[in-house]
Design a protein around this ligand. Structure first.
Ligand code: HEC
Length: 190
């Protein structure tokens, strides 16, 4: 039994030491890339959203988000040759459901937020050994029309429109500065 156990522990040590780790330079590189991709995608989504809000208010902007948020994120993924995703602990679209790794990051960000720590993007290796970028998405004033407190910062009529498209919507009740979710960007391994 003993030799077997020591072989087992040696193999485990070997296995763990063979796992790739990112160097500090690689981490910096992926952080910079991730930030740039998240910012470009956010600006693109935000710009379109503002345009539709100005043109026809929430009743025009909601169907736009419903139909275009996914395809637009996909388009940006193809442009940057990565897999871009927005996910949350309080979901609207169940297609955006978090993976186990994303749940762990969301939990970590929620805990830090509870202690008033400023949230910063992180880079880590995923299950496949690929670099992965995560960044917090913070609620701004302009988000409240569709993610705010119903009957206060968000109109009940808006909630009704949202509920017809997303009957299980959990993405309301937010205040400015709250954690809305995360950007999750998977890089191909080099
Ligand atoms: C006009 C209404 C509207 C506004 C304003 C709005 N959203 Fe959304 N949001 C939506 C809709 C609708 C979806 C679902 C999109 C889909 O089906 O992919 C959504 C989805 C999301 C998601 C994806 C995760 C999930 O729960 O499905 C995030 C993150 C998000 N919104 C953040 C924000 C932030 C941050 C702002 C402000 C900068 C904002 N939203 C402003 C309507 C809105």
């Amino acid at each position: 039994m003993r030799p077997f156990l020591s072989i087992l522990s040696i193999s485990l040590i070997l296995f763990l030491s063979c796992q790739k780790a990112l160097t500090e330079t690689q981490k910096k590189e992926y952080l910079a890339k991730g930030k740039q991709i998240a910012k470009t995608t956010a600006n693109h989504l935000g710009g379109e959203l503002t345009k539709h809000m100005k043109a026809g208010g929430v009743s025009e902007a909601i169907p736009y988000c419903n139909g275009q948020a996914g395809p637009l994120t996909q388009e940006m993924s193809e442009k940057f040759k990565v897999a871009i995703k927005r996910t949350s602990h309080k979901l609207r679209n169940s297609n955006n459901a978090p993976t186990a790794n994303e749940i762990a990051i969301l939990e970590q960000f929620k805990e830090l937020k509870a202690t008033n720590t400023t949230l910063k993007p992180v880079v880590a290796l995923d299950d496949k050994g690929h670099p992965h970028f995560y960044a917090p998405i913070i609620v701004q004033k302009k988000c409240l029309a569709c993610h705010g407190v119903i009957g206060d910062s968000m109109k009940p009529a808006t909630d009704s429109i949202i509920k017809t498209l997303y009957p299980k919507d959990k993405a309301t009740g937010f205040h400015e500065g709250d954690l809305r979710g995360i950007w999750s960007i998977a890089f191909e391994s080099k």
